[in-house]
Design a protein around this ligand. Structure first.
Ligand code: GRF
Length: 195
């Protein structure tokens, strides 16, 4: 199965870049057809340079109805069949999680179900992992429903935490792995070898 992907981002978009590069190199057969951000994110530059439509849809600057309709309009226009959240910090509206049931995935920078849930994003996650003196961390790719970090897990990869690791060094280690694991998860979905 070859997916038409909508990627959602809020930040630097390094995971999106990894996915785009896998797609350009034909290491995955799916294609990113539209990128949506909640603000003018740095990560929009790369897809825009490839001619992919990008859109900024900020929640606070419009009524909720318009916020939802703008997204659904783009998803329909581009015949999207997989939503890939790549560092998107907002919660998706229920209209979208219902419409795309089992067709939305997210990456989380820790081994869920530990270190997930509201407030657990960015450095907060890595700080909590280091404070808990965990031996391992690593990215989790999971399906998305309307509860934070709650959906079924698709793929996880472990990285060992050494005594000298800081939240910053751990973030770097996990992020490097994310760039391999996220495209790999899309490939698993394409091949339906989901485990
Ligand atoms: C990553 O750490 C990812 O796990 C989390 O948000 C970050 C996004 O980074 N969900 P980037 O924008 O892909 O560089």
């Amino acid at each position: 199965m070859k997916y038409r992907i909508a990627a959602y981002i809020s930040g630097s978009g390094s995971n999106l870049k990894a996915i785009l590069d896998y797609s350009l190199q034909k290491k995955i057969s799916s294609e990113v057809v539209v990128v949506i951000a909640n603000k003018d994110a740095k990560g929009l530059e790369y897809p825009a340079s490839l001619g992919i439509e990008t859109a900024v849809i900020p929640r606070k600057e419009m009524p909720r109805k318009e916020f939802v309709e703008k997204q659904i309009g783009l998803l329909e226009k581009h015949k999207v069949d997989l939503i890939v959240l790549a560092g998107y910090i907002k919660k998706l509206p229920k209209e979208i999680t219902d419409k795309f049931k089992n067709r939305i995935i997210n990456i989380h920078p820790a081994l869920l179900p530990k270190f997930g849930g509201k407030g657990m994003y960015g450095m907060n996650v890595h700080r909590a992992v280091i404070e808990a003196k965990e031996k391992y961390s690593g990215p989790t790719i999971h399906f998305v429903d309307d509860i934070y970090d709650n959906g079924e897990i698709l793929l996880q990869k472990k990285v060992e935490i050494s005594e000298n690791d800081t939240p910053e060094s751990l973030q770097k280690k996990v992020l490097e792995l994310e760039h391999i694991v996220y495209p790999e998860a899309i490939k698993l979905l394409e091949e339906r070898r989901v485990n």
